[in-house]
Design a protein around this ligand. Structure first.
Ligand code: ATP
Ligand code: ZN
Length: 286
């Protein structure tokens, strides 16, 4: 029998919805009652534990959970010994240093001697050391962005996603010091049997994440344009070409990367492709 693995997920916050959606996209079903701390999946040997994000690395390192989903920012700050198994592509943000917009800034040397408020003292101190800057770090746990306006600090170092919170507090981002996204972490000493279940889950996660970048495309083209169409559509191996009932025409099926999509469509139209259909891909195993 397969052992049940435990995965720690943020109870409620910016990581929660995307973490749960990823598990569901892996075709793992579970019920999540209000205020429940745990939930057992019906069709995969996994139990979900709902925790505060800051506690997740520690719980994984201590084997209370085998896996966890957490931001790289929390991992880098806490330096807990866990393995990063996969980058998950959501909850993207950065950690930046910002100054009141009236403070002149020419370059990094202008940070020397400042008092910088942050919830990320380790990430900030590493950056300052790396850059040879001596400044004081004032650790606070929340609402960092108001520190300059209440006279608590002359600069801040905080999480930024769009930058609108900084702007609305009269601050200007001057140094971008760390990039973060959600990652899947694992305990470093999993049993062989648990590792097998983890590998199965990671296989599903990779198939789901890969599919998010691609679309399936079907189109009709005159036979004399097929070579050009194939050149535009490399596909996973090469496109499938099927004859249409209508003589002289074929149907072509392939996958395209979302980033190249519109450029490819323009090319396809130019060589005479018609009836182009594009559909999302749920899983992709290559
Ligand atoms: P908890 O109650 O679980 O401790 P929290 O308030 O510390 O939650 P959230 O604000 O929900 O945490 O953020 C969780 C993670 O989401 C962050 O650690 C970071 O990795 C990511 N994130 C993405 N964008 C942002 C943002 N604009 N502000 C804060 N975190 C962000
Ligand atoms: Zn937190």
């Amino acid at each position: 029998m397969q052992p049940t693995i435990r995965i720690a997920i943020q109870k409620s916050g910016r990581l929660s919805d995307d973490s749960l959606e990823l598990i569901r996209e892996c075709d793992i079903s579970f019920n999540r009652g209000q205020s429940k701390l745990k939930s057992q999946a019906f069709n995969f040997p996994i139990e979900l534990l709902f925790l505060r994000d800051d506690d997740i690395p520690r719980y994984v390192a201590d084997k209370v959970a085998d896996l966890g989903i957490v931001g790289e920012n929390v991992l880098a700050e806490e330096k807990t010994p866990v393995d990063v198994v996969a980058k998950l592509g959501f909850s993207k943000c950065r950690i930046s240093i910002a100054l009141p917009k009236t403070t002149p800034y020419q370059g990094i040397d202008d940070l020397s001697g400042l008092n910088i408020a942050t919830s990320y003292p380790n990430i900030l101190s590493e950056f300052l050391q790396r850059s040879g800057i001596s400044a004081s770090i004032h650790e606070i746990s929340g609402s960092v962005e108001i520190a300059p306006s209440i006279g608590l600090a002359e600069a801040v170092c905080d999480i930024v996603s769009s930058g609108s919170t900084l702007i609305s507090n009269g601050l200007r981002e001057v140094e971008h010091i760390f990039n973060s996204e959600a990652v899947l972490i694992a305990n470093q000493a999993l049993s062989k049997a648990k590792q097998k279940v983890v590998d199965e889950l990671v296989f599903r996660i990779r198939a789901v994440l890969k599919a998010k970048n691609y679309q399936y495309i079907l189109l009709n083209a005159p036979n004399d344009a097929i070579d050009q169409v194939i050149e535009l559509l490399p596909g996973m191996k090469s496109p499938s070409v099927l004859p249409l009932a209508d003589e002289g025409w074929s149907s072509v099926h392939s996958v395209v990367h979302k980033e190249q999509f519109w450029e490819i469509i323009e090319g396809l139209k130019a060589v005479g492709a018609q009836g182009i259909l594009v559909v999302p891909i749920e899983k992709m195993i290559v």
